[in-house]
Design a protein around this ligand. Structure first.
Ligand SMILES: *Cc1c(COP(=O)(O)O)cnc(C)c1O
Ligand code: SF4
Length: 353
């Protein structure tokens, strides 16, 4: 018998697949603090809490958090803190009034030509500022029969040229399930484009499987993937490689961010984010002002400050690396653009910001 060479413990080093990453996400504050080298109880200013919107953090994302820094911008996005319990006037549970545009379970048809399908209630990660943190997902857990109704709805509306798979997190479904759905959508002649709104390739890059790239690209539909990334540190080497794989299949790769106090509300951070996204093959698309969801007021950046920041970005980066600053207003037919203001606007009006 030939001798068998024993290799060093490769199985331990092999990356876990995305389903096992999902099953092993961090679910408690103490575990997250320990994982990130922070001592429970040592975070006076960031007094942590238990919340009805539970902590969920995948390990690949948590591993990018700077150890021992309670103010790390990636940690801030996921750590439930006491400020969430403050009741702030103007911050409500359904700021976008989606309850009224929820055409039927799982379908939001607010904008001309585009329909958004809520494919999944849950996410791999729970972002503390999430505008859907109080969304009635339970009422949007579609059975197959309800999916058929959603597909019927698209069939009956000739003006729908783009179907957006959203959530929650659409990529939480298996590739087989998504392949079936995409194939049914592609059978509807007036649909031209398929768009996926996802954060999963960022928080668990192993989700970008060959199966996923297959259903994304095998139909006649043009495909767009819109990522959600708020900070350059979210794009480590694994994410970088995953995004390149998506891009190299001919998918249009875009990113949306939320402007968040203490996370990305300074010029250098926004600049690095745009640059890093572009290196990874993604174009900055939207920079959203925070939706006024209850529990998230401490993330708010005042509109004039946001306008100034984007004005500064315009003065620093090529135009294609500057995301559009927008706000979502209930009842409006599109995201509302917010004007970027040049720096000298603030000097001449002496509005120190
Ligand atoms: C944001 C959004 C869209 C997509 O808008 P675009 O400007 O095309 O990116 C579609 N439907 C709903 C309900 C949305 O909130
Ligand atoms: S990934 Fe998006 S939908 Fe999911 S919790 Fe974060 S902001 Fe909300």
């Amino acid at each position: 018998m030939p001798s068998i060479k024993l290799h060093s413990p490769i199985p331990l080093l092999a990356p876990r697949d995305w389903q096992s990453e999902l099953s092993q996400i961090i679910r408690s504050v103490d575990e997250l603090l320990e994982f990130t080298g922070n001592k429970p109880g040592s975070l006076d200013e960031l007094d942590t809490i238990d919340s009805d919107f539970p902590l969920r953090v995948p390990r690949p994302y948590a591993s990018r958090i700077q150890r021992g820094d309670p103010y790390d911008p990636l940690l801030r996005q996921v750590l439930p803190i006491a400020l969430e319990n403050l009741s702030v006037p103007g911050y409500v549970s359904d700021p976008l009034d989606e309850a009224n545009s929820n055409t039927m379970p799982g379908v939001i048809h607010k904008y001309h030509g585009r329909v958004l399908l809520i494919l999944a209630g849950s996410c791999a990660i729970n972002c503390r500022y999430c505008f859907r943190r109080s969304f009635p997902y339970q009422a949007n857990q579609n059975s197959s029969a309800e999916w058929d109704l959603a597909l019927d709805y698209i069939r009956q509306h000739n003006d729908i040229s783009e179907v957006i798979l959203s959530g929650g997190e659409p990529l939480i479904h298996s590739d087989d399930r998504l392949r079936q759905l995409v194939s049914s959508i592609a059978d509807i002649a007036h649909v031209k484009r398929l768009r996926v709104h996802t954060r999963l390739p960022i928080v668990i890059p192993q989700r970008v499987t060959s199966g996923m790239l297959d259903w994304l690209t095998c139909s006649r539909l043009q495909t767009i993937v819109v990522l959600h990334t708020n900070h350059a540190a979210e794009i480590d080497d694994e994410v970088f490689a995953a995004l390149h794989r998506i891009k190299s299949c001919g998918v249009t790769l875009l990113n949306q961010s939320v402007l968040l106090k203490g996370v990305n509300d300074d010029l250098e951070t926004l600049k690095q984010l745009s640059e890093r996204l572009f290196e990874a093959g993604a174009m900055p698309y939207y920079l959203h002002l925070l939706d006024k969801i209850e529990g998230a007021a401490h993330f708010d950046v005042a509109t004039p400050r946001a306008q100034q920041l984007v004005g500064q970005l315009c003065a620093t980066l090529p135009g294609y690396l500057v995301p559009k600053l927008v706000r979502e207003c209930a009842g409006e037919p599109a995201k509302t653009p917010i004007l970027a203001l040049p720096d000298n606007y603030f000097h001449s009006t002496k509005e120190g910001l």
